[in-house]
Ligand binder design. Structure first.
Ligand code: G1P
Length: 302
């Protein structure tokens, strides 16, 4: 492996151009990435996960009607001053994670929805010639350590490309990218193969690609080919599979839980789980839930 393979991961790409039709009407005006998970938008949670992993530059692959996302990361001096004046220090701390310094946010446009591989390709010039992280904001994880921080630990040891994974029920493999790893029994394992959205009977395992990646810049040369894959889209998984011919890929089994916030029930569950895990809201949320689970569902609100 060449020594460049362990250059630090400084940049993160967030593909946020999707329309969010599943969440209509909530997302008629507001981007789905701005839906709050307990007390902060999904996109801020993803940016905080990146910050925890030492990432300093944030690249949003945006689309039409998505300008609220970048507005969220504007520094608002008046708001900060007002919170300081009122001595709201805890709020100031929460807010500080959305205050990204000058020159550290970049925006590029994905003008047509041609697939995840295409969305990542749109960041090519902004990423340049260095390794980078990709965050799918629909997916949130909860664990002692953030998912990307766990991946960076593995990257620092093994270099190359790193994909976070976790098991899914076999009958759901058709919804995800699925990995074939060398050793399913260990936390970090070399990947032998991967396939996008296989039928359960064709899936090499039940380890799914959960939506966090560390990739080497050579992926862009492959994405340049714009090869169409599953679902008629330019798939990131296909490009990664090609890159595997020349570079190493490791799977990091997430220590923690994964929540698919891209559909209603997953999003509701994530809100419950994150509220329960929150030092500020956890105990009170637990009490509220007890009130509901002990009652007949129809009369729960009475
Ligand atoms: C994408 C990826 C897939 C991954 C999934 C995680 O699929 O292509 O490999 O497992 O995200 O959520 P999508 O959900 O965009 O269809």
């Amino acid at each position: 492996m060449n020594k460049d393979m362990k250059r630090p991961v400084r940049k993160a790409v967030f593909p946020v151009a999707g329309l969010g039709t599943r969440f209509l009407p909530a997302t008629k005006v507001m981007p789905k990435e701005m839906l709050p998970l307990v007390d902060r938008p999904l996109i801020q949670r993803a940016v905080e996960e990146a910050q925890e992993a030492g990432i300093e530059e944030f690249i949003f692959v945006s689309g039409r009607g998505k300008s609220l996302i970048t507005q969220h990361f504007e520094i608002q001096p008046e708001l900060r001053e007002e919170l300081e004046r009122r001595d709201k220090l805890a709020l100031l701390e929460k807010l500080s994670h959305s205050d990204i310094p000058s020159g550290k946010v970049q925006i590029t446009m994905q003008q047509r929805a041609l697939g995840l591989g295409h969305a990542v390709w749109c960041a090519k010039n902004l990423v340049g010639d260095e390794p980078f992280a990709v965050f799918l904001v629909d997916v949130m994880t909860l664990g002692e350590k953030g998912c990307m921080a766990q991946m960076v630990d593995a990257y620092n040891q093994h270099g190359g490309n790193v994909i976070a994974s976790s098991p899914v029920p076999r009958d759901l493999t058709y919804k995800y990218g699925i990995l074939d790893v060398e050793n399913e029994g260990v936390d970090v394992s070399p990947i032998n193969a991967m396939v996008e959205k296989p039928k359960p009977e064709d899936a090499p395992s039940n380890l799914h690609i959960l939506g966090r990646y560390i990739l080497q810049p050579e992926i862009f040369d492959i994405l340049d080919e714009r090869k169409i894959g599953a679902g008629g889209e330019i798939q990131l998984t296909d490009a990664m599979e090609k890159l595997m011919e020349t570079q190493s890929f490791s799977s990091v089994k997430l220590k923690g839980e994964t929540y698919d916030c891209g559909h209603h029930l997953g999003f509701i569950e994530a809100n419950i789980a994150f509220a329960l895990a929150d030092p500020e809201f956890g105990d009170a949320t637990h009490e509220i839930l007890k009130k509901y689970i002990n009652k007949d569902r129809k009369n729960a609100a009475a």
